[in-house]
Ligand binder design. Structure first.
Ligand code: GLN
Length: 448
């Protein structure tokens, strides 16, 4: 069914960078047998899934949508891939993304843009745009994305699907190509909350191969949505989030959602977030600093692309990186190297770390009062293709509602909450305290 849909729509949508039809069909037969003989007993056995192309699959190309990794084939599986396989899930292909997950539209991919299945003139969001577009188009039932500053929650909003960024450390990053290691998390994208909860249950869990992996005992995420009740749940809304910069139609859909929650017995209150204006600067300084360090390894020696002609080692590095990386990635490497350089470290990087601590304190205080914090997922609906790259700073500002969650390590889920006049989907974001997946899943399932 999924491959029929791919046949019909992929030519226009371009959600995938690679498809494994033959392998997937063979694996489906194997899994079918495994279900019969009791090898696979979980609810997702036999379910096809798409995987973002920054997650390693043994023997399959992993490009991060970058020219510099155009022929890179990993020798091992990411931990999440092993877990999908153990659950009897069937990986059907790799999805398009912004190069190295840097971007908000999937337009920085070196392999062409992905189009939003709701309207092909629009972007699907990013950086997990391929994963969200695949699910929205029915070209996959579920997908894995990664979220460093909103890359699951924002494209989920633009594509009208559901996506979760888990508490930092819940899902192993082993085999996820690092963008900003202190912020990156892999998470599920699906058609609804139940699908995402089930998939999160499959991929979550302690992994000694990731030093930041947590040993949580509360991984029964599907159970948390059995009781779909909002009665008595306390929701907080940062009032600064609804001020300038928010598209009126997105705001209307957001306010409408607050009414629905209240009518179902939830308590909704507004509160003040004083650190809002520092969220984007702190995020882009920290993310770029970590990226500049993580991307040092792509030097033409160990991985993928190497420039064809060069004079000596230094020239080889220079040409390889100049030719192999795209504009946005180079911008981040330069920005990151700058803020880490001596003389500027205290003024920028250290200050960003301090700012992050202040933002965390504000969220901590809010969670003393509220079970869930509500926010838009993005200030606007999916822009048209070609509109965003012209002004990178404006694009960075579009991440205003998602980056604090990563800076604080919190879980967040996006669920659809309406459409604008043009028919493009709008999502609402529910943010939980650390380990608060159960609360946001319950709230999201009761609301959807
Ligand atoms: N748009 C943000 C960035 O470019 C977030 C990306 C992400 O979460 N991977 O950094």
């Amino acid at each position: 069914e999924v491959f029929d849909q791919i046949e019909k729509k992929e030519g226009k949508v371009h959600a995938y960078l690679d498809l494994y039809k033959k392998d997937a069909l063979a694996r489906a037969k194997e899994v079918e047998k495994g279900i019969m003989d009791g090898t696979y007993t979980g609810p997702l056995a036999g379910v096809p899934i798409a995987v973002k192309d920054n997650i390693c699959i043994k023997g399959k190309k992993t490009t991060c949508a970058s020219k510099i990794l155009e022929n890179f084939v990993p020798q091992y599986n990411a931990e999440v891939i092993d877990r999908l396989e153990k659950a009897g899930m069937i990986v059907i292909g790799k999805t398009n993304m912004d190069e190295f997950a840097m971007g908000s539209t999937t337009e920085t991919s070196a392999y062409g843009v992905t189009r939003n299945p709701w309207d092909l003139e629009h972007v699907p969001g990013g950086s997990s745009g391929g994963s969200c577009a695949a699910v929205a188009a029915g070209e996959a039932f579920m997908a894995l994305g990664s979220d460093t500053g909103g890359s699951i929650r924002q494209p989920s909003s633009f594509c009208g699907v559901t996506g979760i960024k888990p508490t930092y450390g819940t899902v192993s990053r082993y085999g996820l190509v690092a963008y900003a290691s202190s912020l990156d998390q892999i998470g599920p994208v699906g058609k609804d909350v139940a699908d995402c909860a089930a998939l999160l249950e499959v991929i979550a869990g302690h992994d000694p191969k990731d030093s930041t992996s947590l040993d949580r005992k509360d991984l029964d995420f599907s159970k948390s949505i059995e009781e779909k009740k909002l009665l008595g749940m306390k929701f907080g809304v940062p009032k600064e989030f609804l001020a300038k910069g928010l598209d009126p139609e997105v705001k209307d859909a957001f306010m409408e959602t607050l009414k629905v929650l209240t009518s179902q017995g939830a308590i909704v209150e507004f509160f003040s977030v004083e650190t809002m204006e520092y969220m984007i600067p702190a995020y882009y300084i920290i993310a770029s600093a970590e990226a500049s360090s993580n991307l040092e390894r792509f030097d033409g020696v160990k991985y993928g692309y190497r420039a064809a002609e060069y004079e000596g080692l230094h020239d080889m590095y220079k040409k390889t990186r100049t030719e192999g990386f795209g504009e946005e990635v180079k911008r981040r490497i330069m920005l990151g190297s700058f803020v880490l350089s001596s003389g500027y470290y205290d003024a920028y990087y250290l200050k960003a770390l301090r700012t992050k601590a202040l933002i965390k304190q504000e969220f901590d205080r809010a969670f003393d009062k509220y079970d869930v914090i509500l926010a838009p997922a993005a200030p606007y609906t999916a822009p048209k293709i070609g509109e965003s790259l012209k002004d990178p700073l404006a694009m960075y500002l579009g991440d205003i509602y998602t980056v604090a969650v990563n800076l604080c390590g919190l879980p967040g889920i996006t669920v659809p909450c309406g459409q604008d006049k043009a028919g493009m989907p709008i999502g609402i974001q529910m943010i939980g305290n650390c380990f608060g997946e159960h609360k946001i899943l319950r709230a999201a399932a009761a609301y959807e």
